[in-house]
Design a binder for this molecule. Structure first.
Ligand SMILES: O=C[C@H](O)COP(=O)(O)O
Length: 241
């Protein structure tokens, strides 16, 4: 059975003080959220420990935004799966388009990170998606299928979330039409061996469009950037109808 998961990806936003302020407002705001859905906050590394303590006993689960494939070593600026585990992380975003675009992430390194995360018991959220140029050239499917083919080598699909994030829809307010997102997610599902993988949509999800997006049969949740930074806004998304 596919699980619904709403995940906030804070990217490089919020100090510890701002995180505590968020949680104090967010927790009561999701009191009435139906219990059929997972709620995840993927926050900067410096916020993980303090958030972990403050989430204790709540339905919110902790997520990170990157993980290295080695267990330890001279990898300045990276973080291991064990380090994330130690502070209570359960999910980790892997292969976000910003990592691919700005930090040289490839399908191969994405694959290494996915496997390392799983080996340590974390559930990776694998991001896939096409650029505007690729979409205009009718390459959407080819690009995504390649990301899946190379990214999922040796990956356990029973411990995996996928987020379809058309790059042109990220942070632009230019949401992918919900039926088109549904179509692409259906294609992604067709490439998987496990029919129960949660597949989210990401790209300018907000309180005004979440109900329509979540009404699509193939869409199992959302990976939310900008609109997850405000407690009332993310609470409304989590409580979609
Ligand atoms: O990881 C989240 C996505 O990049 C979406 O960001 P956004 O909701 O600000 O468009």
């Amino acid at each position: 059975m596919r699980k619904i998961i709403l995940a906030g990806n804070w990217k490089m936003h919020k100090t510890q003080a701002e995180t505590l302020e968020f949680v104090a407002q967010f927790k009561p705001a999701i009191d009435d959220a139906p219990d059929d859905r997972g709620i995840v906050l993927c926050v900067p590394f410096t916020d993980l420990a303090i958030l972990s303590k403050n989430l204790h006993g709540s339905a919110i689960q902790l997520g990170a935004q990157n993980v290295h494939w080695e267990e330890t070593g001279a990898y300045t600026g990276e973080i291991s799966a064990a380090m994330l585990n130690e502070v209570g992380v359960r999910y980790v975003v892997v292969g976000h388009s910003e990592r691919r675009q700005y930090f040289g992430e490839t399908n191969e390194t994405v694959n290494f990170r996915l496997r390392a995360a799983q080996k340590a018991g974390l559930t990776p959220i694998l991001c896939v998606g096409e650029t505007k140029q690729q979409r205009d050239a009718n390459e959407t499917e080819a690009v995504i299928f390649q990301q899946l083919k190379e990214g999922l080598v040796g990956v356990d699909q029973s411990q995996l979330v996928i987020a379809y994030e058309p790059i042109w829809a990220i942070g632009t307010g230019d949401t992918c039409a919900s039926d088109e997102a549904n179509r692409v997610i259906g294609l992604i599902r067709g490439k998987l061996t496990n029919a129960d993988v949660t597949i989210q949509y990401g790209g300018s999800v907000n309180p005004g469009n979440v109900d329509e997006i979540m009404a699509q049969p193939e869409i199992d949740g959302a990976l939310v950037g900008g609109a997850s930074l405000k407690p009332d806004s993310f609470a409304r998304i989590v409580c979609f109808q």
